[in-house]
Every structure is written in structure tokens, then in C-alpha cells.
Ligand binder design. Structure first.
Ligand SMILES: [Zn+2]
Length: 104
């Protein structure tokens, strides 16, 4: 027997439903949140974060992260979060993609 949460939800599209919803939330239609409030990853504000590693270490504690492909340029990043994100991005980009999308 399916649990209550698994029951299909019917869309609230009728005039009465929309009116009731509007009354319930006191007419508020909602304002979209600003991108900086919704972003899963906040933008780094460090000036030299992400600069190519061809130059010297731009700031103390900056970490050099390799590029995705062999021979791809490495870059300098902030030690913790930015470096982790850059490593993850490089890892994801180094995954070989099958040609033809999801075809098997
Ligand atoms: Zn950073």
C-alpha cells in the first residue's frame, strides 16, 4: 500500500483553488530571491583566485590546482572551498564522454 506521500499530486489549476491559495497567502505572489541568495555556490571575491598558474603564487596560501586534461593549464585558487571546487570541476571534465549522448 503506497504511503500517503506517494500519492499523485493534482495540479492546482482551477479558479477556486487559485483563489483559495491567493487568499491563504494574503495575496502575496512572491518576489524572486536575488541570485546571490539562491546560488548553490557563492561567487569568490578574492582578486587573484582562478588566475593561471603560469605566474608566481599571487597571494599567500593560494593553492595550485591542475587542469582537467593532460597539459591543461593549472590555476591558483583559495585554499579550501575554491580549490575543492576547481578540483571537482577538473575531475568532472576529465570523465570521458560517450559519443551519442545516452545511446548504448
Ligand atoms: Zn577563491
Amino acid at each position: 500500500m503506497p504511503a500517503r506521500a506517494q500519492r499523485p499530486r493534482l495540479p492546482e489549476t482551477s479558479e477556486g483553488q487559485l483563489k483559495a491559495k491567493h487568499a491563504w497567502n494574503q495575496g502575496m505572489t512572491g518576489k524572486p530571491r536575488r541570485p546571490e541568495q539562491t546560488a548553490a555556490v557563492e561567487t569568490c571575491t578574492a582578486e587573484s583566485c582562478g588566475t593561471p598558474a603560469s605566474g608566481p603564487r599571487p597571494a599567500p596560501r593560494m593553492v595550485q590546482v591542475r587542469g582537467a586534461a593532460d597539459g591543461a593549464a593549472a590555476h591558483w585558487y583559495c585554499p579550501d572551498r575554491c580549490a575543492a571546487l576547481a578540483r571537482a570541476r577538473a575531475d568532472l571534465r576529465s570523465i570521458p564522454m560517450r559519443s551519442g549522448g545516452e545511446a548504448r
